[in-house]
Design a protein around this ligand. Structure first.
Ligand code: DGL
Length: 277
């Protein structure tokens, strides 16, 4: 028989996890969360009216992040996941300051997984321009192990290619070759997919990098960290029912609904327009 929990425990525990991103890409992180934590309720917010964040200045991304997190707080979430690498790289402190609940970004879990995976101590990072310019991954890896050499490369065109669904296309192959060649020359043995969209292009990325290069999906590493944090804080949902997944966006939901399924790996259901954006 399942243990009977005090009512105050279940009340907090059944609250949703809040996840936000600049747009649609964060659904890859929701996918990783649903795989690892199949009974957690989730509220997702995608800032589809203002995406992409990657080419924008840190100041602007910080302003947007503050509004995004306030929206999730209004949904009474028990923990916040910053699915967006760009926000995690430049605005983690702002989100932590505003949220009264635990916050997990994608940078530290991805950096940790890469540091543990590399044997040659040579790690590559690919991400948006803002993520790469912030040096957030590099700094996180150096803090974990100062002996690891890090090589970073922005790959901005990967975002529209993934959204277009050109995962298996000659144009994507060419773009991948152009972006990844410098990393190949550096003989890295581990590569962090430091952007929500890149797991969808792992086939094209694999096609360029040597087969022994380990690809690190920051979303998966983050889901592991979320599980650890829920257990540490006693916040896991004890329910064994199918969870409630709710989706909010700041622009009209049509495009999000059209391409979201590919990112989430399952049907989306209803998508709501968020108030106040
Ligand atoms: N979600 C962003 C990231 O992971 C990619 C899309 C954008 O540039 O907003 O960095």
């Amino acid at each position: 028989m399942a243990p009977v929990l005090p009512s105050f425990v279940t009340k907090v525990n059944t609250k949703p996890i809040g996840v936000f991103d600049s747009g649609i890409g964060g659904l890859t992180v929701v996918h990783a969360l649903t795989q690892r934590l199949p009974h957690e309720n989730i509220v997702y917010f995608g800032d589809t009216a203002r995406v992409p964040y990657g080419p924008k200045s840190p100041q602007v991304v910080r302003e947007y992040a503050a509004q995004d997190v306030d929206f999730l707080i209004s949904k009474d979430v028990k923990l916040i996941v910053i699915a967006c690498n760009t926000v995690s790289a430049v605005a983690l402190d702002i989100v932590q300051k505003r949220a009264k609940v635990p916050v997990v970004g994608v940078i530290h879990p991805g950096a940790k997984a890469a540091t543990e995976a590399t044997k040659k101590k040579r790690v590559g990072i690919i991400g948006t321009i803002a993520t790469v310019n912030s040096n957030a991954y590099t700094n996180a890896i150096r803090q974990l192990n100062a002996g690891v050499q890090v090589f970073a490369q922005p790959c901005p065109l990967f975002v529209p290619l993934a959204e277009e669904g050109w995962t298996d296309h000659k144009v994507t192959e060419l773009v991948a070759k152009e972006y990844l060649f410098p990393l190949k020359l550096e003989k890295i043995d581990t590569l962090i997919l430091g952007c929500t969209h890149y797991p969808l292009l792992s086939g094209a990325i694999r096609g360029v990098m040597d087969s022994n290069v380990k690809l690190i999906d920051s979303g998966e590493a983050t889901a592991e960290e979320v599980e650890r944090m829920l257990d540490e804080k006693g916040l896991r949902n004890p329910s064994k029912h199918k969870p409630r997944l709710q989706f909010y966006v700041s622009d009209l939901p049509a495009k999000f609904m059209e391409i979201g399924e590919r990112f989430l790996g399952q049907k989306l259901g209803r998508v709501h327009r968020a108030e106040g954006f």
